[in-house]
Design a protein around this ligand. Structure first.
Ligand SMILES: Cc1ncc(COP(=O)(O)O)c(C=O)c1O
Length: 385
């Protein structure tokens, strides 16, 4: 099976597997225990935190481990909003992941926050002017995803972040998709760098285990914990740490970020060639998302007259794992809300097809991808027309 659904979850990296096995086979160990196995666990936790922080140009004290990207986003939105006495206003966009949008809905319903949701253009780029205009003196928080999982479009954050800073609002970015394929950094001079105050990441998009993630958050930004109990994660996230998952997460991130630039270039070259081939050979195929400002491993299309779901099934039978949108919305048989926000008609939005490369493919695998994808798409063309 050729796996081209890294935006849903990436294959487990060997570095992550080894790091997890070392923890799992190392005997019982709670990082809060005072005995020798506990100290060993604590050291593993500390090393994992340091390595992950280093990979993103953060300090270890800026890392809060969570159970994934969804929890990191919930912690950022609810944690910061509820801890910030000034204002009750959040600015976000119409194409955020459901963990952002539903956290906003929760804050509106439970705590009376006003949410301003800004739209996007046909390429999925956020209207920067509108975001800046929406930021007010009582805005608490601005949350903007760095890259969209369904269409791959990357946003530019600097101007929006500066406008947020100017009124004292906290700037959060959901970097779950962007960080997995681009050299993302929390350090000054990097991208998005010190423009943001808080950034969410998720282990399984890097080839680490599922169910681990982190919120990187600058010291001095107040936030309420979502989980109350023990004092783990410096009191920011109670509960015995999932040490094996954290160790695997950190190992995967270190492996990916060490070669992030060259990996991004290699994937972009392959992705560009693949997009060009599909657009040339498949009648009615249209690239979705921005043609250039997009994550390098992401090829997404709408294909007039096709059903995205049935294409995914036929590709699967032919040995290719692709998707018709995000894994969270797949199977719902509703048009993608992201594509609707970008202005696509509902009957076009249901034709979405997405291929996301976990790593650059070797030549034989790439050739197989092209041959198989074109064969499957050609069969549908003859059926559909
Ligand atoms: C942009 C974005 N944010 C957050 C998430 C949620 O992350 P997790 O699956 O680790 O909960 C995803 C998952 O696909 C995502 O694409």
């Amino acid at each position: 099976m050729l796996y081209l659904d890294a935006a849903a979850t990436a294959p487990l990296r060997d570095e992550a597997r080894q790091a997890m096995l070392a923890v799992l086979d190392g005997g019982p160990a709670n990082a809060s225990s005072v005995h020798t196995p506990g100290k060993t666990a604590k050291a593993t936790l500390q090393q994992s935190r340091e390595a992950l922080a280093r990979a993103f140009g953060a300090t270890p004290g800026e890392v809060v481990f969570t159970a994934g990207g969804t929890e990191a986003n919930n912690l950022a939105l609810k944690g910061i909003a509820l801890a910030t006495p000034r204002g009750k206003h959040i600015v976000t966009t119409a194409i955020e992941h459901s963990s952002i949008r539903k956290s906003c809905e929760f804050l509106a319903r439970i705590a009376g926050f006003e949410i301003t949701e800004i739209g996007v253009d046909a390429h999925g780029r956020v209207d920067e002017e509108a975001v800046v205009a929406a930021i007010r003196s009582d805005t608490t928080l601005v949350s903007l995803g760095l890259a969209n999982g369904e269409v791959g479009t990357v946003q530019s954050v600097e101007r929006i972040a500066a406008a947020a800073r100017a009124v004292g609002a906290v700037m959060h970015t959901d970097a779950v998709q962007a960080a997995a394929s681009l050299p993302v950094s929390f350090a000054a001079g990097g991208w998005p760098g010190d423009a943001v105050d808080a950034m969410s990441i998720a282990s399984h998009k890097f080839g680490g285990p599922q169910g681990a993630g982190a919120l990187l958050i600058r010291q001095g930004i107040d936030f309420e914990p979502l989980l109350h109990g023990g004092g783990q994660e410096s009191g920011h996230r109670a509960g015995t740490e999932n040490l094996a998952a954290i160790a695997g997460f950190s190992a995967a991130v270190s492996a990916v970020m060490g070669q992030a630039g060259s990996r991004a270039q290699a994937m972009a070259a392959q992705r560009d060639a693949f997009v060009a081939t599909v657009l040339e050979h498949v009648a009615g195929a249209q690239l979705t998302g921005h043609p250039t400002e997009r994550v390098p491993n992401h090829a997404s299309f709408v294909i007039a007259g096709f059903s995205g779901e049935s294409l995914v099934v036929d590709l699967d039978i032919a040995g290719i794992a692709a998707s018709s949108g995000s894994a969270c919305s797949a199977g719902k048989k509703e048009p993608s809300g992201i594509l609707l926000a970008m202005g696509y008609d509902p009957d076009v939005a249901v034709t979405a097809l997405r291929f996301t490369f976990p790593d650059p493919l070797d030549e034989a695998s790439y050739d197989r991808l092209v041959q198989t994808a074109l064969n499957v798409l050609a069969q549908h063309t003859s059926v559909a027309r």
